[in-house]
Ligand binder design. Structure first.
Ligand code: AMP
Ligand code: ZN
Length: 467
């Protein structure tokens, strides 16, 4: 298989460190809000990569962290902890917030047929590992304390910017205006490994450490969690393109300083989902969630199909029109697939021929849109019987997970909630909106949706329907 490697900026033949095995690491969500459909695009494309590697016969182990501490509102070391901001907003503890949004994230993944990684590790469960690795970095002279915090010293590396050739425009992070200079840093690119001098009196979660009571920086968590589960060599490290700098750059710096050798060979980055107004982001608000799409009558499988129709290394623009085109195409495709009948033996030679087209598409840097074209080719093939077509679509779905042969699920059963209870929840949601607590309002709507209750806001108030 050939994959684009962000480090070399080339499409390369994928050769894992250990023959037949793939160690894969995914930067997981920061669980202070619902995932938006842009975040989900990244996880969806990573899911296709994982499934294709398994399909191709590799023994894959995939690990994901859950960021529940240390990710500041700026990706560098400035701003407030995103989790703390979320907890204040929703009058919850940080851990309650993390649990709620972690569950919501995996519920979205399940709807989208995104497989759960083999290991999912919240950062707060690994603080001892972070302290151990930071201690070694101190011993080796790669870290220093200043102003109460522990910093990584980038001047001690032979090379810092491994993604240096990457143009700022490609990173889509823009110039970081308004980032406060941290006077403790010896070099501009140094970054915090451990905060002890919290800027925030009410920092909720703190741990004892050799450098004082504090909490870890964001980057150290991924290096440590990857090493804990995957050992000293990672084959593929994944994330959205905005993770390239500073997050992945800093992960490489500290991991290789700690290990003394190359850490991860292939870097897989998914370009962003944008709207006509620009990048979809959690912090800027106004983003679309999967639940919102569902309320508008769209389905998770239509969204999956929409994503697979474009290459992961292209930005994808979400609009009503582009989505509707994909959704219509998906519905037609599915009805054609469901109309296929078993009409004899599977033709082994025909099966192999079309399978080869499918693997050729995905071998070429995960060309999912070409893989989807293979589905159309199978459906219209004159040289294949119905049984062979069905077998091929089922085989392709081991990777694409589009449920093309799965009969429409029965409409969701009547929700178990009484009308009175639903009205009570609608009233609580209205109160939350009045108090500008939109996250709570969203949460209530999502909870009702889980039970098959769809809310519609009208000028005269909110009405509900049972799906
Ligand atoms: P976060 O929860 O903010 O840490 O982000 C989770 C994942 O989504 C990361 O891999 C991000 O790089 C990725 N991501 C963030 N915004 C977008 C977007 N608009 N489109 C695609 N992926 C994104
Ligand atoms: Zn990460």
């Amino acid at each position: 298989m050939k994959l684009y490697n962000t480090i070399s900026r080339r499409v390369e033949e994928f050769v894992p460190y250990e023959a037949g095995k793939v160690k894969m690491y995914t930067c997981g969500p920061t669980v202070y809000n619902f995932a938006h459909i842009g975040n989900l695009r990244t996880y969806l494309m990573e899911d296709v990569l994982e499934k294709y590697l398994r399909y191709a016969g590799f023994d894959v182990t995939r690990v994901m962290n859950i960021t529940d501490i240390g990710h500041l509102s700026d990706d560098a070391d400035s701003g407030e902890d995103k989790m703390l901001l979320g907890a204040k907003r929703e009058h919850k503890t940080v851990l309650e917030l993390a649990k709620f949004y972690t569950d919501a994230f995996f519920a979205d993944c399940e709807k989208l047929n995104i497989k759960r990684p083999d290991a999912v590790q919240p950062a707060t469960g690994c603080v001892e590992d972070f302290i151990r690795v930071i201690s070694v970095l101190m011993e080796k002279g790669f870290a220093y304390t200043a102003g109460g915090n522990v910093y990584f010293d980038t001047s001690k590396l032979k090379q810092y910017h491994v993604f240096f050739n990457f143009k700022e425009d490609d990173l889509e992070v823009g110039v970081r205006e308004g980032v406060e200079e941290d006077e403790n840093k010896r070099n501009k690119n140094d970054f915090v490994l451990w905060f002890t001098k919290s800027k925030f009196e009410d920092q909720a979660l703190k741990w004892d450490s050799p450098w004082g009571v504090g909490y870890p920086g964001w980057h150290i968590e991924c290096s440590c969690i990857a090493m804990k589960y995957l050992g000293e060599h990672v084959d593929i490290h994944c994330g959205g393109i905005d993770n390239v700098f500073p997050h992945h750059t800093n992960e490489i710096a500290q991991s290789e300083a700690y290990l003394g050798h190359e850490w991860c060979k292939y870097w897989f980055h998914v370009l962003h989902l944008n709207t006509a107004k620009g990048k979809m982001s959690k912090s800027s608000g106004g983003f679309l969630t999967l639940s919102k799409l569902q309320e508008e009558g769209k389905t998770p499988m239509e969204y999956r199909f929409f994503c697979l129709g474009s290459h992961y290394r292209n930005s994808l623009v979400y609009s009503e029109d582009t989505f509707e085109n994909a959704a219509n195409a998906y519905r037609k495709l599915k009805s054609r697939a469901l109309a296929l009948t078993e009409d004899g033996e599977v033709d082994a030679e025909g099966f192999a021929r079309y399978k080869k087209m499918f693997t050729d598409a995905l071998d070429a840097d995960l060309n999912t849109s070409l893989a989807v074209t293979c589905i159309y080719d199978v459906l219209k093939a004159k040289d294949l019987n119905g049984s062979t077509k069905r077998a091929l679509l089922a085989d392709f779905d081991r990777v694409l997970s589009l449920d093309l042969l799965k009969p429409e699920e029965e409409k969701a059963k009547e929700g178990g909630l009484s009308d009175a209870k639903i009205e009570e929840m609608i009233a609580a949601r209205a109160e939350a909106k009045k108090a500008k607590n939109y996250a709570e309002a969203d949460r209530i709507r999502a909870e009702l949706l889980e039970q098959g209750i769809v809310l519609t806001d009208t000028p005269a108030g909110t009405t509900f329907n049972r799906k």
